[in-house]
Write a protein that binds this ligand. Sequence first.
Ligand code: ADP
Ligand code: MG
Length: 622
Amino acid sequence: MTKKQREMRLRILVSGILFLLLFAVPVDGLARLALYLVPYLFVGWDVLLRAAVNIKNGQVFDENFLMAVATIGAFGCGEYPEGVAVLLFYQVGELFQSVAVGKSRRSIATLMDIRPDSANVERGGQVLQVNPEEIAVGEIILIRPGERVPLDGSVLEGSSALDTAALTGESLPRDVEPGDSISSGCVNLTGVLRVNVERPYSQSTVARILDLVENASEKKSRAEHFITRFARYYTPVVVFAAVALAVLPPLVLGGSWITWVKRALNFLVVSCPCALVISIPLSFFGGIGGASRQGILVKGSNYLEALANAGVVVFDKTGTLTEGKFQVSKVVCHGLAEESLLELAALAESWSSHPISRAIREAWPQPPDPRRVSQVEELAGQGVKAVVDGSVAVLAGNMRLLETAGVFPPQPVDEAGTLIHVCVNGKYAGYLVVSDRVKPEAQRALEELKEIGISRRIMLTGDGERTAAAVANQLGLEEYYAGLLPGDKVDQVERLLKTKEGKETLVFVGDGINDAPVLTRADVGVAMGAMGSDAAIEAADIVLMDDDLQRLPAAIWLAQKTMSIVRQNIAFALGVKFLVLALSVFGFVGMWAAVFADVGVTVIAILNAGRTLKARWKPKAS
Ligand code: ADP
Ligand code: MG
């Protein structure tokens, strides 16, 4: 609890006790009024003050106003205990609320713990402790066991295990050794690491995640917009209805004024919309916080809402359904020695970050020297063009690339796996077969999607028909489209967007490598493996920190859960409100019941909202 919350608790306790003592004091008249005013003002002065300030500023209708009018009215009718009780319970509800909001903020703040305080940098033969923001790319930092990795970089010396739980929710440590890249935010567990800094702090994994989480609450869901609008019209309507209730029946039916004024006051107390107004953003907040604990970053409640309505899930193949860890499994040459073919291909690929290019570079014993390469052009979904040693023109890519260059293999190649054809100086020089593996958890993840009600799962790929069919077959996917350029993927997604039904949304899941346009086009773009890819965090609406596909059903399930809690809260709060409102109009319930209804609904709704924070997807064991 914060200082303010403790203060409030004290005020509630003190005036609560005073209030109870007053029942035992037999006084009448003005003395009684004066005595009851003590706990009333002690517990509620801030509400009255806020109501007055708001009236002065011309923003009359809010809950402070409702409470002030209702309780002052109660005093006016001589119902002092009711007046005190209303404010007392109202404050209990408010305190409860602020504690709950603080709690879910803190759970997001545990994520904020990933912010590193300092880094040990080697400068001029010394190790200095400086703010990570002051460290430049290319400097060398030391990370000792127990310290948090302050900046993204690659390991130069030392080996260790990293705890990535803060980023991925995955508790298994990851082993790193020289050459591996590491992300800021992980905790170094066992050994000392010397690390070459590869990104300034402002672009590091940590800075991006913090940025993203901090801005998530700005993107509001439709439910939240609805509530804001609702409250704006609701409160004035309620106030006018209360006035009508106080004035019309006595005039028309000739009843007693005091009865109807009291009923109108009850009506005002019940109608306070706090439960609704607070519990809905709180549920989303909890959902987003709970997701981030599991390595799922959601950029706004609107995306959580859209994810809950997922009806079609479209996957990119490479790096999403498959591991994206290619290996060259075969080399076939035409008129060139195998070494030369591999060397040229590796050189041509030396600037690309595509997983295929890494495999090709690794197939050549030494790392290719990028200075030997010029005029590099990467054609997304096709391959690369480059000039080696200033004179040798090399193409490496799929059939589509060959076709645009007007080069063809001497005879059609019929081979399983992904083929990377190589042309040298406009002549066909052979091909490499690279193979990738389907992720071990992919099939389970796809089945789990079905379990939570998503039957339409589609694969899009730039790879050839044959590989695509093999992967689809292995995963039990009925629908797939092969041979697509990144632009064709956008067209496919647009076509699919037209065929889906009603409220259903289309989710696209990719690894962020050359699929940013599709990520932005889909209703919800999900990028995986953000610990590696730069583009992914920016283009996607939802980011899965590692590339475990099972986080996808987990995310959708959590979104569905959050929405159902939101709906429960709306239905429950409105239901109880309308019931008590109706009863109060006819005088069946007094102000006490009205207060209990209001505080009770608020507390229950808040507790219900809190469940989103803890919700965790447990797939059926299979
Ligand atoms: P996916 O749609 O499966 O994610 P991409 O769109 O990334 O695949 O790539 C589609 C195809 O384009 C690859 O199967 C490969 O044939 C070719 N390709 C893409 N980039 C490269 C590259 N750097 N080198 C060689 N071939 C490439
Ligand atoms: Mg891809």
